[in-house]
Ligand binder design. Structure first.
Ligand SMILES: [Zn+2]
Length: 157
């Protein structure tokens, strides 16, 4: 269901999406962001500088510990981090030319201490052109959605 939805929608520069799924001790985060807010451009990297930038951005996106803070008592350990650039091209939400690209990243955590009480998102520090993050949470207490920003970057589970 979520993937279909994603395929159909377009993206808005400055706004990303984060889906959080919690089941038992496992937590999966799925991030989708316009490439513009990760790289500063949306075309395929061409120049050496652009390839270097793309490589650095993928490394930054893989560093989950720098992007997300979880409560220590949950003892969450990152078990997998996958970053994919591309994600198809979209119409721009406000009309205009095609050729937009996304970055998709997926993170898997195992939380030996049980379901974390909250998560703090520090994406806004690493990618300052991102100013809104639409969060959808599905966990043991049901579903919840929130919009986070640099000044309000924590969601309680
Ligand atoms: Zn775009």
């Amino acid at each position: 269901m979520a993937d279909e939805h994603r395929q159909l929608t377009s993206h808005v520069h400055g706004e990303a999406r984060l889906d959080i799924g919690i089941e038992g001790q496992d937590m999966v985060l799925e991030l989708e962001s316009p490439a513009m807010d990760i790289l500063g451009f949306e075309h395929e990297p061409a120049s050496e500088a652009e390839h270097k930038k793309a490589h650095e951005a993928e490394e930054q996106l893989r560093s989950a510990d720098a992007l997300f803070t979880l409560p220590e008592n949950a003892q969450c350990k990152l078990t997998a981090a996958e970053v994919k650039a591309g994600g198809g091209t979209h119409e721009h939400e406000k009309g205009g030319e095609e050729g937009h690209r996304d970055f998709d990243a997926q993170y898997a955590f195992r939380c030996a201490g049980g379901v974390p009480g909250w998560i703090e998102v520090r994406l806004f520090d690493t990618f300052p052109s991102l100013h809104r993050l639409h969060v959808q949470l599905a966990g043991p207490k049901g579903q919840k959605s929130a919009v986070l920003s640099a000044g309000s970057n924590r969601i309680e589970f």
